[in-house]
Design a protein around this ligand. Structure first.
Ligand code: HEM
Length: 336
């Protein structure tokens, strides 16, 4: 797909970084260029691809909000009328050849196209992220980057980082405890951050969301995963969507006073009440790597009126590096 943004990289990144620094709390002041350089050093550099979630497929769907959602928030996404949504499913990491049959992260990123506004989000297949602050994320990337001489991560550096930052290991433990996902369509996707939902009277209810597949999740045995090979997820999704049965419930766990709202490595307690904000139905999937997702960076700070960010430092810290990655891939000749 062609785009008319010939050299958007630097200017775009600079504007986004300036905006993010206005909104970001003091702890979110990691240089976004250094952050993306570190992604490239740790995971490899693949021109034209997203520096995270590189291997993916663009889809389109429709969201219908519920009465429970309308009681919690004035957001136009919850009007009850069908809202068009652009969806990108992807495999975690910066490698566009990442295997589909590994116990690793899958993503579901969304753009709700609302009257006069958008809602962007990137959700992951784990209830927690792998770092609590942007500084910890950067330190982690720097610890796992291959040593220039051995071309491998230095095990002592990795161990020292892990010992000092045990909460960064929670996500890997979660993936190890789960089967290889059978499909992009049969997996839970968590928002991981808290967001505030504001009603017509101005009351704000914080919560963390999960997209749960209608009909439940589905995993593969180790033998099945091996037999599927490294490239089955996009075609599997096309087949399931053509058969008309891919949908997710958008569920919100409601926080209670005292719950931790500023940490992407701390889920809300399991017993918190869950309400269904509506249903997302996937209607079509791009036939190949093209599609309108290419020019979108799913910056989760782009929110509709009626939904507000929490003070989680990882949330505001995503905006600027996403713009840097987007600028680089578009000016390199975007691949998907
Ligand atoms: C400071 C922390 C983070 C950094 C530096 C970072 C970096 C990135 C980058 C560079 C991209 C690709 C952007 C593009 O080229 O369009 C991306 C995509 C993504 N990130 Fe993050 N990320 C961070 C935190 C998180 C967290 C906490 C989550 C958890 C929900 C997350 C979920 C995603 C998802 C789902 C995508 C894929 C979106 C797509 O399909 O394009 N990220 N991230």
């Amino acid at each position: 797909m062609k785009n008319n943004l010939a050299q958007p990289g630097r200017a775009f990144a600079a504007v986004a970084a300036a905006l993010a620094s206005l909104a970001a709390p003091a702890s979110a002041q990691v240089d976004p260029v250094r952050m993306i350089d570190s992604f490239e050093r740790a995971g490899g550099k693949f021109d034209g691809y997203r520096r995270s979630g590189a291997k993916g497929v663009c889809a389109a769907g429709e969201f219908v909000g519920s009465a429970e959602a309308r009681a919690l928030s004035t957001a136009s996404a919850f009007s009850g009328k069908p809202v068009p949504v652009l969806v990108r499913f992807s495999v975690g990491g910066g490698n566009p050849k990442a295997p589909d049959n590994a116990k690793s992260q899958r993503n579901m990123a969304l753009q709700f196209d609302l009257p006069g506004e958008s809602w962007l989000m990137g959700n992951i297949s784990a209830p927690v992220f792998g770092a609590a602050t942007p500084e910890q994320m950067l330190a982690r990337l720097e610890a796992i980057a291959p040593d220039p001489e051995t071309k491998k991560p230095n095990p002592e550096k990795v161990k020292a980082f892990n010992d000092a930052n045990p909460e960064t290991l929670l996500q890997g433990k979660y993936f190890a405890s789960q089967p290889v996902p059978a499909s992009f369509a049969k997996l839970n996707y968590w928002g991981v951050h808290a967001f505030g939902f504001v009603d017509a009277a101005g009351r704000k209810q914080f919560g963390k969301w999960i997209f749960e597949p209608v009909g439940g999740t589905q995993g593969l045995s180790d033998e099945e995963a091996k037999a599927k090979g490294p490239d089955f997820l996009a075609d599997d999704l096309r087949q399931r969507v053509a058969a008309g049965n891919v949908a997710f419930d958008f569920n919100l766990q409601l926080a209670q006073p005292g719950d931790k709202l500023d940490s992407a490595v701390t889920p809300l307690p399991d017993d918190r009440k869950k309400v269904t904000l509506g249903r997302l139905t996937i209607k079509s999937v791009a036939a190949d790597a093209t599609g309108p997702c290419v020019t979108i960076n799913f910056n989760p700070m782009v929110l509709p009126k009626g939904v507000e960010p929490s003070a989680d430092p990882m949330l505001a810290a995503r905006a600027a590096p996403y713009a840097v990655s987007q600028g680089r891939r578009l000016s390199e000749g975007a691949k998907q």
